[in-house]
Design a protein around this ligand. Sequence first.
Ligand SMILES: [Zn+2]
Length: 345
Amino acid sequence: MAVHAHPDDESSKGAATTAKYVTEGVRVRVVSCTGGERGDVLNEKLKGDPHIERDLAQVRRDEMARAAEILGVEHTWLGFVDSGLPEGDPLPPLPEGCFALEPVEVTAEALVRVIREFRPHVITTYDENGGYPHPDHIMTHVVSMAAFRAAGDPTAYPHAGDPWQPQKVYYSGWSIKRIRKIHDAMVAEGLESPYLDWVEGLRQRPERDINTFVPCAEFFPVRDDALRAHATQVDPDGFWFAVPMELQQRVHPTEDWELAVSLVEPSFPEDDLFAGLRELDLEAVCRRSPQRDADGEIVAAYRSVPPPPQDEDGDGVDDARQTEDLDDEVTELEGHHDRDGEQAS
Ligand SMILES: [Zn+2]
């Protein structure tokens, strides 16, 4: 089960891994926590189209359905409202009723319900910085971890289905090493790297403990097709598609993951999100209530340690959480420019 913040995130983060597993016969469910209602039209060619602008939320639902079809996944809308990306100094307050402001008990219960119904063995989500500091991405992490902790607990949300304990959580992330490798290969081959500013901007961000490398190069084109299905959110001639496919497949033929929690002992580096699980009777194992410590936290065989917060500019804020430090293009490709703080209707 892949938990994402907005429609299009499932196609930009880990999509080739998803397509690979679907091809192998694994059932994959994508959960979108929000409808992406506060995204803008980011494709120049579609800006100003009255049909799109009249009901962007519906257009995005249609785009998501097409992307799900391309990836071969099942899809669930969790039903919360996009928080938008606050911009400005000082930052404006988040809009009332948005996903990031919902009580975690409410949002986690909704996700627990989907977990107990779909019964995944593995969950993918974002790291504690959201992988990218959008309030909905950070909340997606919080809700995923709360739901992972509660799903197998018979005393938690007893009306949300029979307990089911997924065995692992992975964070999808941008590996800085991967971006550098592709950047260096582009430069070495005399091509213009789209990552120049980004590589500079990422210099002060800590490298995370990426330990799982899923070979999926033959599915990179499927990933790109799924991303292109989100036509209002990506420019087909833009940043995302600037690196030649052949170069990506040759230089870095994997998608990279950070194992966050595992109830089975891992053996690093891994090349499979189901490593250590394939030989188990998962129907029985996931039905078993996990061992817990005095705080009710699951006793895991492995938990990743987040990098310490970095504050090189000394403003008391973790640099990784500062949206203004990120290259504008990162924000743009994510598709979350708010409409000047104005609420989407
Ligand atoms: Zn997003």
